[in-house]
Ligand binder design. Structure first.
Ligand code: APR
Length: 414
């Protein structure tokens, strides 16, 4: 935006400008609004798009506890279901882990994320929360100038946005929360000091949404020389499947029949029973990569959710971290704005990074456990070594109660 456009831009303001209305942005907005903080959510999509964007809802006990604490879990307890078992299928047979009864972990709640987001959005709007849909944040400016408590003489951050009619707007703020995901304006506005740790697990998934009832009463992980296959109930009539996929092959390369035959093969349906087949409603390609931004704070700009770090989907931790970070940031911003106490803000990045790296470590372990050698020749010496390690890990998980407790605690922990 040029200086003259800047000067002509419509000016708006809020103490906290939150970019993005996903799980992170909505939980943050709800908690700030409940604390009487002047905040606004800027969301580039429409309300309908935000509420219908289908994503897995695999909620950890800690996440459910946060939602319970703030009166945000009625829908989840009414319409969600509990999950506490996963089933591994390998060349040595199958075994089930009742992780809900192991370790200190507890069970997951399964509640489609679009339902949770709808509940959160309704809660926020019913209480008069401010949100602007169809409003794309373009950049965050001057975040590094001052820490937002408005010391004398310092400048304050502002966000430039594009309104639905294309008009430029400038949002003045004391703090900006980047909850706008991996491709949002917050990440684009990070100052040179920010470091992005990126890792490619070397694995690609073909994600499938099937109009068919679940074939297992558990999360299914099939480990096979031909590649990984996964099964996750979504609703009584819709099931999520994953196939480890050759990177670069288009999602529509195989006809449905061939996909179901491959799923049968890798999930060893001949030994453990047929899969319930149905129309494939959706196909998507996911390269299993991850990243972490360090630090998560840049002056008055704070990152949370996918804007802060991306996890490979092997352990379904993304939304759980987003909700945890939102609660931590909400408390810290409230302390700073109501009592001038910035200790929470000063410690926000280190505190959340500890959770993020713990989740990254477990997700990396899980990704290596489930997949044949990363892309490349499966007959290389390295891949046989890799396969032998994987088989040993699975055997330890099958036979060692201590290992199972560790798995349970990390699988549902955040
Ligand atoms: N301006 C305004 N809004 C934006 C912009 C932008 N420039 N860029 C992205 N957004 C919005 C998106 O439309 C989306 O609604 O930011 C929101 C980001 O939401 P999510 O991608 O859901 O990210 P987050 O809230 O961090 O949730 C993280 O939840 O979606 C699941 O598993 C997923 O790991 C992910 C987790």
């Amino acid at each position: 935006m040029t200086e003259s456009q800047n000067s002509r831009a419509l000016r708006e303001s809020a103490d906290v400008v939150v970019l993005g209305a996903g799980p992170a942005g909505l939980v943050l907005g709800i908690l700030l609004h409940a604390a009487g903080i002047d905040c606004v959510l800027l969301e580039r999509a429409s309300r309908t798009h935000v509420q219908t964007r289908a994503r897995a809802g695999f909620l950890a006990p800690n996440t459910v506890g946060i939602l319970d604490r703030h009166g945000l879990s009625d829908g989840l307890h009414r319409d969600g279901s509990r999950h506490g078992t996963c089933e591994f299928r390998t060349e040595d047979g199958r075994f089930r882990l009742d992780y809900g009864a192991l370790g200190q972990g507890g069970q997951h709640h399964v509640y489609p994320q679009q339902n949770l987001v709808t509940d959160l959005l309704t809660h926020y709007l019913d209480r008069g929360g401010r949100i602007r849909f169809h409003t794309e944040a373009l950049a965050v400016h001057d975040a590094d100038a001052i820490d937002g408590t408005g010391g004398t003489g310092g400048t304050r951050p502002y966000v430039t946005t594009r309104e639905p009619d294309g008009r430029p707007t400038r949002w003045n703020a004391r703090y900006v929360a980047g909850c706008d995901g991996r491709h949002g304006a917050a990440r684009r506005s990070l100052p040179p000091g920010a470091v992005r740790h990126h890792h490619d697990h070397g694995v690609t998934w073909l994600g499938l949404l099937a109009e068919a009832p679940p074939s297992l009463d558990a999360v299914g992980y099939a480990v096979h020389d031909r590649g990984f296959a996964g099964h996750m109930a979504r609703t009584p009539g819709v099931t999520r499947y994953y196939l480890q996929w050759h990177r670069g092959t288009p999602a529509d390369a195989w006809p449905e029949q061939r996909i179901w035959d491959e799923l049968d093969l890798r999930m060893r349906a001949a030994d453990h029973g047929p899969l319930h087949r149905g129309t494939l409603l959706e196909r998507g390609i996911f390269d299993l990569t991850c990243d972490v931004i360090e630090p998560l704070r840049h002056g008055s700009l704070f990152l949370a959710g996918d804007a802060a770090s991306l996890l490979a989907p092997a352990a379904a931790k993304g939304a759980n971290l987003a909700v945890l970070e939102a609660e931590i940031l909400a408390a810290a911003l409230t302390d700073a704005l109501t009592r001038g106490d910035t200790a929470g803000l000063d410690g926000y990045s280190d505190r959340c990074l500890a959770h993020i790296w713990r989740a990254q470590e477990f997700t990396g372990w899980m990704t290596r456990l489930l997949h044949a050698a990363p892309e490349g020749d499966h007959r290389s010496a390295g891949s046989f070594f890799h396969a032998a390690l994987r088989r040993s890990r699975l055997d330890s998980l099958r036979t060692s109660r201590i290992h199972q407790d560790w798995f349970a605690e990390n699988y549902v922990g955040v």
